[in-house]
Design a protein around this ligand. Sequence first.
Ligand code: C2E
Ligand code: CA
Ligand code: CA
Ligand code: CA
Length: 279
Amino acid sequence: AKEQGRNSYQFYTEGMQDREMLRLELDKDLSQALANDEFVLFFQPQLDLQTSQIHSAEALIRWQHPRRGLLSPAEFIPLAEESGRITDIGRWVVLAACRQLAKWKGTRFEQLRIAVNLSGRELDDEELVDHIREALVSEDVPADRLEVELTEEIFIQNIEHNLNQLSRLRQLGVHLAIDDFGVGYSSLGYLRDFPVDLLKIDRSFITDVTERHDDAVITRAVINLAHNLGIGVVAEGVETEEQLNFLRHHQCNLVQGYLISRPIPVEDLESALDNGILL
Ligand code: C2E
Ligand code: CA
Ligand code: CA
Ligand code: CA
């Protein structure tokens, strides 16, 4: 038993060493990734249940790693937040989104809005808002085509600084969405003090919304909360027709999830829209 214990201990430390090696390797590669143009935005459409049109698309970053293939944000965003590289990555994301909006001008995709994700760490950057303004100006796109998704964590720490950043963003005309709504442990007071445009109901409430009474109650309550505040509401992680029907019945404004589309390259989004393949 002693022997076994030692072996499993060694196994454990080797696992940790492997992970630490991978972390160091990725961190080193991350320092080159922007210069080598290795990031790409995938887009996941949001369906407007009232008009049955695709209303917007969330931009989700991927890293086309030279040896490891396409990496998901979970594999490198936390690392980039630790090292501070997230600031430059975030700037690239905003610029890439604005460039895409510029490309859509004069096409049938002109009305699409793009939502980008910003972490609390990115909000720390004093130049963030100036940078977003410059990106909108240089690409000559209206600010209301751009939406910023933030999680409730920003209402827990650095509140004064974050609220100031958000007002400046809002003054630009950029839309603000609260991502993963309902799992953030923050007070609801910010909804009173702050001009939010959209709540995104977290996927964890949607997964069993048609099976579990409590999830259904919470989802209906969030939809009502948003509507009574005069703001929009999106359900994330919609995977079944039953979930879609529930959300339609309860007047959720927008739905997003694998049922409508996975996150896909922009060319695929455009051809899906052209061919009417999307729901
Ligand atoms: P998120 O903002 O909550 O994005 C939703 C995640 O759920 C995405 O994962 C998406 O692919 C996935 N998803 C969408 N529909 C469904 C569904 O129907 N079922 C299931 N099971 N999953 C679904 P992804 O693309 O891996 O992104 C993970 C997280 O990484 C995002 O969570 C966001 O927090 C972060 N992230 C992505 N892009 C960026 C970025 O440009 N900047 C920053 N700071 N964070 C980003
Ligand atoms: Ca998001
Ligand atoms: Ca989310
Ligand atoms: Ca999330």
